[in-house]
Design a protein around this ligand. Structure first.
Ligand SMILES: Nc1ncnc2c1ncn2[C@@H]1O[C@H](COP(=O)(O)OP(=O)(O)OP(=O)(O)O)[C@@H](O)[C@H]1O
Ligand SMILES: [Mg+2]
Length: 270
């Protein structure tokens, strides 16, 4: 039998070797994509790997204007890593959302502080949402990166409602979404802020909410306007699917208040 000390050393060496190989692979993979990722993004991704929050990156789920979402694996569980692109963010709009949020006390600050507050905001919104509704589970955030559980089947990400082409009872789905919106507003006390068929995934015929970066607490001066916009998006989608809905009635059902025209007008500017 191998001497226990020797065995430990051998396993240690094997482990080190594995880590070095993984990092080498990461650097090679990402060298070819250099033009797509800025240095900060590469560093942030590498940081998660280095700190063992992620074992390996498996590919890109989505590459948008303001963020890239990677598929990764940790301890055989799949996760989604959302990296905010610092270079293309709209800091002016971000600032408007952060400014009225009592959870943040930033004075006019650097773009770096704004993006960190933005990521922190999405992370905190997700943690709140996770307690109340079916939403992508937040794991951690670091600099301009957020780690979440993958919503999907194995390593296949769940489709967005917009792309979903399975059999689904739209009327039932609508009712679930309405109840979730009510819970988010009254119990979690947040408004999603960017709700539409693009930010709802479908898993096991149920909605799973993602992308809470524009979410605000209900105390935020824009919360009602953002809620109106969310509700209108939901209504417009479901009307096309043959479900009858009226956004004013829905607003009243969710908030218990009449919709005020001034808040509806404000919603158009955002
Ligand atoms: N936890 C998750 N599980 C599975 N897929 C996810 C997850 N998070 C995000 N995605 C996928 O990545 C896409 C983009 O994520 P998200 O909506 O959070 O970012 P975004 O900033 O809106 O991106 P874009 O700039 O393209 O609008 C989603 O539409 C979804 O397909
Ligand atoms: Mg989105």
């Amino acid at each position: 039998m191998e001497n226990p000390n020797k065995q430990e050393k051998r396993l240690d060496n094997e482990y080190q070797k594995k880590i070095i190989e993984r990092k080498k692979k990461f650097l090679e993979d990402f060298k070819t994509e250099n033009s797509v990722f800025d240095k900060k993004t590469q560093l942030a991704l590498f940081g998660l790997l280095n700190a063992n929050h992620v074992d390996e990156y498996l590919g890109i789920i989505n590459s948008g204007k303001e963020s890239i979402v990677f598929l990764a694996v940790k301890d055989n569980k799949y996760c989604a890593v959302k990296v905010y692109r610092v270079s293309t963010c709209d800091f002016k709009t971000m600032w408007k959302y952060i400014q009225g949020d009592p959870r943040f006390h930033l004075r006019k600050s650097s773009t770096r502080q704004i993006i960190h507050a933005w990521v922190d905001k999405e992370y905190r919104n997700l943690l709140r949402a996770n307690k109340y509704v079916n939403s992508s589970k937040a794991i951690l955030k670091r600099d301009n990166v957020m780690l979440m559980e993958l919503v999907g089947d194995g390593d296949i990400p769940a489709p967005r409602l917009k792309d979903y082409n399975g059999d689904i009872d739209y009327s039932k789905l609508y009712n679930t979404i309405v109840e979730d919106l009510k819970i988010l507003y009254n119990d979690a006390q947040i408004v999603h802020g960017d709700l539409s068929e693009y930010n709802i995934l479908i898993k096991d015929n149920e909605p799973v909410y993602i992308d809470f970066s524009q979410g605000v607490v209900i105390q935020h001066p824009l919360s009602k306007s953002l809620l109106i916009r969310d509700i209108k998006n939901v209504c417009n989608y479901f009307i096309k699917k043959g479900v009858s809905c009226n956004y004013k009635e829905l607003f009243k059902y969710i908030t218990g208040e009449e919709l005020r025209p001034i808040e509806e007008e404000l919603a158009i500017g955002y």
